[in-house]
Design a binder for this molecule. Structure first.
Ligand SMILES: [Zn+2]
Ligand SMILES: [Zn+2]
Length: 328
C-alpha cells in the first residue's frame, strides 16, 4: 500500500530557475481558460490539457500529481464616460484574436485543485490541510510563478521594442556631454522637479535626473524628463534602475522624426562621464519590457487594446499580437 509520502515523493517546489508552463498545453491549445482547464505537472511543471494527462503520465512514470488551474473570464462593464486612451499595449496570447469593436475589460477568477491521476481531486486551498507541506508549497509556487511564456517574452522584449530590434541611436557616436561636475550616485535617486523616486531617467548630456511620462492608467511620472528634452534638445536618456553590466533602457527623443528605445553602444562611456560604473550596477527598477508585460497582465488579454485604429503587427505565432506603445 502506498503511503501519502510515496504518492507525493516526486512533487517539487519550482525555483526561479524552473520554467513553469502554465499558459498552454504542450500538445494542444488547451489553456486554463479551456473548458477542462489546464493540468500543471508538479514534478516537471509542464502544462497539459485533459486529453493529454494520461500521455504525460505514461511518458513520465511516477509524475502523476498535477495542479489543476481553471480560469473564468468575467467581463467588466465599459464605462461610456471614460475616454479611450491613445496608449495601447502588447497583448500576449490573445485568445480568438483582437476585438476591434471596442474595448472589453475582464477580470479573471481562478480555481485550483490538486489532481492525482487517474482519480483523485483535492480542491485547493479548501482541502489543503490534507496535503503534505511541500505539496502546498509547490502549488503556491506554481500559482505565483511567472509563466515560461512570459519569461521568454520578457527576454525577447529586452532586446526589441515594439517588436523591432532596437536600433543604434544616431546620437550614440556624437553625443555631447557637459562637464558640469555632476556625479550620479549608484542609488537613492529622486526627480529634480518632483518627489518621484522611481521611473526616473538620467539625461546623458547634462546629467539631469527627471521622471518619465504619465501612463494612460494614471501611473508613471510627471513628464519632467520629456519636458526637459523640449527645453534643451538633449536627446538621450537612460532609465535609472535598469542599468546592469549587460546594458540599460536607453530612450532617444530624437530619432528621425520619432522617439524610440535605442541601442547606445557607447553607453558604458556615457555613464562613466557621470560617475556610473555600469559593470557594478544592479537592476532596481522595472524595465520598459517589464512594464509592458505588467500592464498586459493587469488589464488582461485583449482588454488593454483601447484603440481600434492601433497598428497591429503579428509578432510570432497565431494570436500573439503586438501593438505600438508610447512610453516615456
Ligand atoms: Zn511533463
Ligand atoms: Zn518629476
Amino acid at each position: 500500500r502506498l503511503t501519502m509520502a510515496d504518492i507525493y515523493q516526486n512533487v517539487r517546489i519550482p525555483t526561479s530557475n524552473d520554467s513553469v508552463y502554465k499558459d498552454e498545453c504542450l500538445y494542444s491549445f488547451d489553456s486554463p481558460l479551456s473548458e477542462n482547464g489546464l493540468f500543471i505537472c508538479m514534478s516537471t511543471f509542464h502544462g497539459v490539457g485533459k486529453d493529454h494527462v494520461a500521455r504525460h503520465c505514461h511518458l513520465n512514470p511516477g509524475k502523476n500529481i498535477f495542479l489543476h488551474i481553471s480560469r473564468r473570464r468575467i467581463p467588466v462593464p465599459v464605462d461610456p464616460n471614460v475616454e479611450p486612451t491613445r496608449v495601447t499595449k502588447m497583448a500576449i496570447g490573445v485568445e480568438g484574436g483582437f476585438d476591434a469593436n471596442g474595448p472589453k475589460r475582464y477580470t479573471f477568477e481562478e480555481r485550483y485543485a490538486i489532481y492525482i491521476h487517474p482519480s483523485v481531486i483535492i480542491p485547493y486551498p479548501d482541502q489543503a490541510s490534507t496535503l503534505p507541506e511541500h505539496v502546498k508549497q509547490s502549488a503556491d509556487a506554481i500559482i505565483a510563478a511567472e509563466s515560461a511564456f512570459l519569461k521568454e517574452e520578457r527576454a525577447l522584449m529586452n532586446t526589441t521594442w515594439n517588436g523591432e530590434i532596437r536600433q543604434e541611436s544616431k546620437h550614440a557616436q556624437t553625443l555631447e556631454q557637459l562637464n558640469n561636475g555632476r556625479k550620479i550616485p549608484p542609488n537613492g535617486w529622486k526627480c529634480e522637479q518632483c518627489d518621484l523616486k522611481d521611473n526616473l531617467w538620467l539625461n546623458l548630456t547634462d546629467g539631469a535626473i527627471l521622471c518619465g511620462r504619465k501612463f494612460f492608467d494614471g501611473t508613471g511620472g510627471n513628464n519632467h524628463a520629456v519636458d526637459h528634452y523640449y527645453k534643451t534638445r538633449y536627446p538621450l536618456a537612460v532609465k535609472l534602475g535598469t542599468i546592469t553590466n549587460k546594458g540599460a533602457d536607453v530612450y532617444s527623443y530624437d530619432e528621425d522624426d520619432m522617439d524610440d528605445m535605442v541601442e547606445d553602444p557607447n553607453l558604458a562611456i556615457h555613464l562613466s562621464h557621470w560617475g556610473i560604473n555600469m559593470m557594478k550596477m544592479e537592476k532596481t527598477d522595472r524595465s520598459m519590457a517589464d512594464l509592458e508585460i505588467e500592464i498586459n497582465q493587469k488589464y488582461g488579454e485583449a482588454s488593454m487594446i483601447e484603440e481600434a485604429n492601433s497598428k497591429l503587427q503579428p509578432l510570432y505565432g497565431a494570436g500573439k499580437l503586438f501593438i505600438e506603445t508610447t512610453c516615456i
